[in-house]
Write a protein that binds this ligand. Structure first.
Ligand SMILES: [Zn+2]
Ligand SMILES: [Zn+2]
Length: 652
């Protein structure tokens, strides 16, 4: 419906104006995709200073007609609900907006015979919620309060999600809001300051209710707790608010030229003209919930409907929303080959799940019933490769069927790396018919990680022969064994392999993955061991637990170092340190294993982009070093501490 206000200020012929307005809105919206939800027949031309305004009366009548057309109108409801419904509407009249479930239970008990029992009360609340009469979530942390007057939440939101011209007069509050629209961040204490203002405070008269609203806004992905928040300090006190950020993404945000050889793309197209703003923020919000935001020049890479996230040490994800499309780039720091198929597939699965749940949430909020199995019809997914300054896409189903395709520009595109998006992570070894690396890929120099991972897969018995087949000699092997005596055999083999790489480079030759493949074949080992060095185990990667996103303190790393087995070298490399960095530690702590491990962990913490308990667990799992249980318990302990130190235990 359309209503124009301030008729009293009009000097011109209002009948004529109204005619023109009606014509304009009809023209504007007659082809809109939600046309059947729009009432175009008239524009109400109201004045707010006349309480007998006939136009307002006509508008009210129209609203009633609409209400009676709703499917819920006239629906039969249990007789027993009537008293409680009346009590609720009385509370609304008294300007009570949010009540505790306990209070409601007590009010209900006043109805003697007609009082609902506990499970009837629960049903009552859930049905009322689905009708939009109140808001109630039966989730831990949210089920102790009920918003009996939903517009209250809208007004609370408007206190910080609003246009600059509606910012409060108070200079201090205005600067808080200004900073938030620039950085996308708000401190909890600042948010509470904004909520101290009289018009907002009215809705949340005490701290318990304020805490409940904070938790609700987190649940709705309006406030997002940043990943890697310093949890050990007490309750996380800063939030990201994607829907208020005004900063426009930089002009080079989605330039592909520079990333051409290192990125694979994904595109979700929604079956509608555009993505509604609320849905767009929800999609960006769920992504920020899944991965830590990247920092660049000390600033969060969060923009209006766009963001850059760190998926792992070497892989970043760029997401932005354009018309009816969600665009995703996964960029590896080094090369396409360094993208792990497991990680790409895991990212895709997580994004798809988030987009589907955002769509479901969005449809439900607008009263459309849709089942989880039907949600796949609401979007299509394509995978793409950079092509000049553009990206060429093909449907994700096609990527497994064909090896290459010719695009509109007449170029041939390979589907090899695009298959990573839909890679079947459950297969542990290569599938039958795996042809291994391409001849181009085999020419690549193996990285530190490749060598360590390969070193971990060759048995010590065959290693000497393998090493000699790489063109090294027995003496060189024995000398490595001697230098690193006391280390695990896997560690020594990895050291020997770097020795090989160093020797080749010093002879001005290129050490390649092909050399390693040939040597594997020569000792009759499976050359697909090379395929395995590119795989990742993503079981831990997919655990969605906020507590695992905490940054461990130095003291925790010290405690952890006492629990880790003899694999400092492999651990260091898996954590993203270079051989040189690990080697320095090895020589600084020749006899003190825990000291050595601690040194490596501290180096990691200083250098890493993703210094969370979660990243540590993934590396420990890979090298099978122990310590995972310690970290899991640590994360639980940190969250318990937070609950104890939180001021409002009851709502947590
Ligand atoms: Zn192309
Ligand atoms: Zn293979």
């Amino acid at each position: 419906m359309f209503a124009a206000t301030h008729r009293d200020l009009c000097k011109d012929d209002t009948v004529k104006m109204k005619e023109n307005f009606t014509k304009d809105v009809t023209q504007m919206f007659s082809t809109h995709e939600n046309r059947n939800h729009i009432f175009l027949d008239t524009v109400y031309f109201i004045t707010g200073i006349d309480k007998n305004d006939s136009e307002i009366q006509r508008m009210t009548d129209q609203v009633v007609i609409f209400a009676m057309k709703q499917s819920s109108w006239g629906q039969r409801r249990p007789m027993q609900w009537v008293p409680l419904e009346l009590q609720l509407s009385n509370m609304r009249m008294k300007n009570i907006n949010i009540v505790t479930r306990e209070d409601l239970r007590n009010v209900n008990m006043l109805n003697d015979d007609l009082a609902l029992n506990e499970s009837q009360l629960e049903d009552f609340l859930l049905v009322q919620h689905s009708l939009g009469k109140l808001m109630y979530y039966n989730l831990p942390g949210l089920d102790k309060h009920i918003i009996i007057h939903p517009p209250a939440l809208v007004n609370i939101l408007r206190s910080f999600v609003t246009d600059e011209r509606f910012f409060p007069a108070d200079q201090c509050l205005t600067s808080i809001l200004q900073a938030m629209t620039m950085t996308g961040k708000i401190y909890k204490k600042d948010l509470l300051k904004i909520w101290q203002q009289e018009p907002v405070h009215r809705y949340m008269p005490d701290d318990t209710i304020k805490e409940f609203v904070v938790q609700l806004l987190i649940h709705l992905d309006i406030l997002i707790i940043p990943k890697g928040a310093k949890q050990n300090s007490s309750y996380p006190d800063v939030y990201i608010v994607p829907c208020t950020i005004k900063a426009i993404r930089p002009s080079n945000f989605n330039l592909v030229d520079s990333k051409e050889e290192r990125s694979i793309c994904l595109r979700y197209t929604l079956a509608r003209h555009s993505i509604p703003t609320a849905l767009a923020y929800k999609i960006i919000g769920t992504a920020i919930n899944a991965w830590p935001l990247k920092y660049e020049f000390q600033k969060l890479c969060l923009y209006h409907k766009a963001s850059v996230l760190n998926v792992s040490e070497d892989n970043e994800l760029r997401i932005w929303i354009e018309d009816n499309r969600v665009m995703v780039y996964m960029v590896n720091q080094k090369s396409l080959l360094s993208i792990s198929p497991d990680i790409a597939a895991s990212v895709q699965e997580c994004l798809t799940k988030n987009i589907e749940s955002s769509l479901l949430f969005h449809c439900k909020s607008f009263g459309r019933k849709i089942t989880s199995t039907k949600v796949v019809n609401l979007y299509t997914m394509e995978v793409g490769v950079p092509c000049g300054s553009d990206i060429c896409f093909i449907p994700s189903q096609d990527v497994l069927r064909i090896d290459r395709w010719k695009c509109d520009k007449g170029r041939q595109h390979d589907t090899r790396y695009l298959r990573y998006w839909v890679f079947d992570k459950t297969q542990k070894m290569c599938v039958h018919g795996c042809e291994g690396l391409t001849s181009n890929e085999l020419e690549i120099e193996p990285s530190d990680k490749h060598l360590v991972r390969l070193g971990g897969q060759i048995g010590i018995k065959l290693f000497e022969e393998f090493f000699i087949n790489l063109g090294m000699n027995k003496r060189e092997w024995e000398s490595t064994e001697y230098t690193f005596a006391g280390h695990s055999s896997k560690g020594i083999m990895s050291m020997a392999l770097t020795q090989w790489r160093k020797t080749k480079l010093s002879k001005l030759e290129n050490p390649t993955l092909k050399d390693l493949t040939h040597a594997l074949r020569a000792v009759k080992l499976d050359s697909h061991l090379i395929c395995q060095v590119f795989r990742e185990n993503t079981t831990l990667f997919e655990i969605e637990d906020f507590n695992l996103q905490a940054i461990p303190s130095d003291q925790h790393l010290k405690e952890l170092s006492n629990q880790i087995g003899n694999c400092p070298l492999q651990l260091g490399i898996e954590l993203g340190l270079s051989f040189t960095e690990v080697e320095q530690s090895l020589f600084s702590f020749p006899k003190d294993l825990p000291g050595l491990v601690e040194d490596i962990l501290i180096k990691w913490k200083r250098k890493s982009k993703v210094k969370t308990i979660h990243s540590l667990m993934i590396a420990l799992e890979r090298v099978n070093a122990g310590g995972i249980r310690y970290l899991l318990e640590l994360s639980k302990k940190l969250s318990d501490d937070n609950i104890r130190s939180g001021d409002t235990v009851s709502v947590l």
